[in-house]
Design a protein around this ligand. Sequence first.
Ligand SMILES: Nc1ncnc2c1ncn2[C@@H]1O[C@H](COP(=O)(O)OP(=O)(O)OP(=O)(O)O)[C@@H](O)[C@H]1O
Ligand SMILES: [Mg+2]
Length: 255
Amino acid sequence: MNQDARKVIARIDNATLAFGDKVVLKNLSFDVAEGAITCVIGLSGAGKSTILRLLDGLLLPSEGHVYVRGEDICHMNEEQLNRVRQKISLSFQFSALLDSLTVGENVALPLREHTKLSEAEIRKTVLDALDSVGLAHTYDNLPNELSGGMLKRAGFARAIVTRPDLVLYDEPTTGLDPIVTNLITDTILKLRQKLHGTAVVISHDLPSIFAMADYIAMLFEGAIIACDTAESIRSSTNPIVQQFLQGSEVGPIPI
Ligand SMILES: Nc1ncnc2c1ncn2[C@@H]1O[C@H](COP(=O)(O)OP(=O)(O)OP(=O)(O)O)[C@@H](O)[C@H]1O
Ligand SMILES: [Mg+2]
């Protein structure tokens, strides 16, 4: 990877992972550069969400290692893992707000779980997180009163409310119209600035990827086959990368 000068906040090192007989990741290595937005691209079902679950310690590789800030999280007990997880947030592919709680209560959940803030401090922190995604006015609403784009952004507010160092966004713009997609892309960029943090974003939306990515990694047949600056990936000579970017049916990717 062409980022020698970059500090690595998380690293997947030679990981293999299978579900039953199905090998999803094979000897996969992936570095997450600190302070940057890295987008992961790849075919549906390639294992992109699985990579995020590895980085968050929700899944273990059968071989290989996952390091966060240099610590191997594969051999941690639950308590050690929870300590690392307090600094990592996963914003799920399918926004997972609890229907029975208000938006404010949903966003407050990580604070109640991980901090000892007073009720007044929780309210202030939640309102601040909602404000940063333009949703402070929805504090008392129930999730089913929000549109799809608003639900996504409420999910982001919950993901960043504890001010994590590393935010993992799984398909933040899938299924949204182009205007909301732009809004979400801007929100991710704004949140990165607010947290001075690092993000890994899984996305299929190329304009949105090129608008926000510092680095792009391509997952193909279980491994990261290319990872470089967005501009280098755009002009990559790798035929698999080019076929994917052009959405062409002709090329080395089996359809
Ligand atoms: N818990 C699980 N049990 C069994 N198989 C699983 C599990 N999770 C994922 N898989 C399989 O592993 C493969 C990779 O899944 P993953 O969700 O990581 O792909 P993805 O690249 O995120 O796909 P998409 O673009 O559709 O979201 C898929 O074939 C999926 O069916
Ligand atoms: Mg997925």
